[in-house]
Design a protein around this ligand. Structure first.
Ligand SMILES: *Cc1c(COP(=O)(O)O)cnc(C)c1O
Length: 482
């Protein structure tokens, strides 16, 4: 266990790796950041890397790879069919998850496309702990709907519940009774529940959900994209699992599910994805679509280099010293912000630190997108790029009215093994300053609004001239500092 208590009594995360390749970062003056955020229409997805200091947009495809992963990439065997590389990943999946059938896909949402096309019929429902943007979009595209059954605690911003990603079993039983088995395409559990703050579920909860599904004859699909963080939380927060190895917990999870799919942009610290199962019938149905959408069955749209890297990355995920870094750095950041009164999701989850924009900016109405405004303000004062996870990430109703999200969050992702502690401290320092000046921050309004997934390409402008006022206050407080 790599959490080290210092002599001072401080609980400081300690990296159990060293940096062997570095990339230069740019920290540009606030005046340049102002121009950049305007050019980007206050949408952090549209910012350019050259203007960004710490990129905390996402943990997707930007985790640091290990020396062993890079070495494995050099050994990859390139061929259209029959590559030596693919069986390495297939065998690793079999070893870790005990699943015989593996289908490669180019990334997580490709797995969701295939699962939804094969298993979701018009009018069916997919109960789940909580939706992820792309998972929901594919289910809806195939005529299905999503029912979110996360426990009430999961939607409370501040809590000390260790497993806020747990499904409410009463709600699941009630839904199955009300809809009947045939109306339910499958039950989906998302590990490390992304949109509610990277919050984990317990092994116990998964076992109970699995028992309910098996009794009812309903397939259980497990989105394992954020498995690494959830494994760490099961190991450290679930008393019954504290003496189990990460490998044992992984196998127990897999045995409780019928289909596992994942984005290898997160799990395995590479790029790609996959679908695994022991159900031959399900495998055969999905297999046809792999060759249609992804590529031949031995690559599925991935390069052989990435496939090698995933096989090694999955093995490294079984090492607690490896998977602890993300959650521990996040916990440090959450605790530091919390200490200064900045409203954050507690307890700390995986994936990143989530700032509660609703409480940070109580004076900005949801119709002016507080989480989007906060993302814009944080970038302006620090060069730290976060991601809006609030109403901008929702889609309007068919009648054009807004769908307001349950939470308005600014997500500051912590790509695994990428940042140093001083960089995290810098981000905390600027966010604390911004919090002290929060009344200056105003809202946003759309100037360009795409119909689908508007958060990727939409452009917004500030309501009023609060950007300029913030820059002036920044210069007054920080002098000519960057
Ligand atoms: C990222 C993610 C996906 C989608 O994966 P991509 O590789 O980005 O397509 C699906 N589910 C969860 C929980 C994710 O975090």
């Amino acid at each position: 266990m790599s959490k080290v208590i210092f002599h001072s009594g401080e609980n400081i995360p300690l990296e159990l790796h060293k940096v062997r390749i570095v990339q230069k970062l740019n920290l540009v003056p606030i005046e340049r950041r102002l121009a950049a955020v305007r050019e980007a229409g206050n949408n952090t997805f549209l910012l350019k890397n050259r203007d960004i200091f710490l990129d905390m947009l996402t943990d997707s495809g930007v985790n640091a790879m290990s020396d062993k992963q890079l070495a494995a990439m050099m050994e990859s065997d390139d061929s259209y069919a029959g590559s030596e590389t693919f069986p390495k990943l297939q065998n690793k999946i079999k070893e870790l998850f005990g699943m015989d059938y593996f289908l490669p896909v180019h990334q997580g949402r490709a797995a969701e496309n295939i699962l939804s096309q094969v298993f979701v019929k018009e009018g069916q429902v997919v109960p789940m702990n909580y939706h992820f943007t792309t998972s929901k979009a594919h289910i809806v595209l195939n005529g299905g709907r999503v029912e979110e059954l996360v426990g009430d605690e999961g939607l409370k911003v501040t809590s000390d519940h260790p497993f806020k990603g747990n499904i409410d079993l009463g709600k699941l039983n009630a839904l199955i009774a009300a809809e009947g088995k045939d109306k339910i395409a499958y039950v989906r559990i998302e590990t490390g529940t992304n949109l509610i703050g990277g919050q984990p579920h317990s092994l116990e909860n998964l076992a109970e959900v699995s028992a309910i599904c098996r009794k009812a004859g309903i397939m259980l699909v497990f989105d394992a994209s954020l498995l690494a963080d959830n494994l760490y939380f099961i190991k450290t927060r679930e008393a019954a699992c504290k003496d189990m190895s990460i490998r044992e917990i992984t196998r127990k999870i897999a045995d409780l599910t019928d289909v596992i799919y994942f984005s290898a942009r997160k799990l395995g610290c590479a790029r790609g994805g996959g679908i695994c199962t022991n159900n031959l019938d399900a495998y055969m149905k999905m297999r046809e679509l792999i060759t249609l959408y992804e590529g031949f069955l031995t690559y599925g749209g991935m390069s052989v280099r990435e496939i090698e890297a995933i096989a090694v990355g999955l093995e490294e995920t079984m090492d607690e010293d490896m998977i602890c870094q993300g959650p521990q750095f996040i916990e440090f950041m959450v605790n530091e912000l919390n200490k200064h009164g900045v409203p954050v999701i507690t307890p700390a989850g995986g994936l990143g630190c989530h700032v509660d924009a609703m409480r940070f900016l109580p004076h900005v109405p949801q119709s002016q997108y507080p989480a989007g405004a906060l993302a814009s303000a944080v970038f302006l004062v620090s060069g730290v790029r976060g991601m809006e996870r609030g109403s901008i990430s929702e889609q309007r109703n068919p009648d054009g009215s807004e769908v307001y999200s349950n939470m308005e969050l600014l997500r500051l992702a912590m790509p695994r093994r990428v940042f140093t502690l001083s960089q995290v401290k810098y981000a905390v320092d600027r966010i604390v300053w911004l919090y002290q000046n929060r009344e200056m921050i105003g809202g946003l309004k759309f100037v360009e609004e795409p119909k689908m997934l508007r958060f990727f390409f939409g452009k917004l402008t500030t309501v009023g001239d609060w950007h300029e006022k913030l820059v002036a206050k920044f210069r007054a407080d920080f002098g000519d500092s960057l």
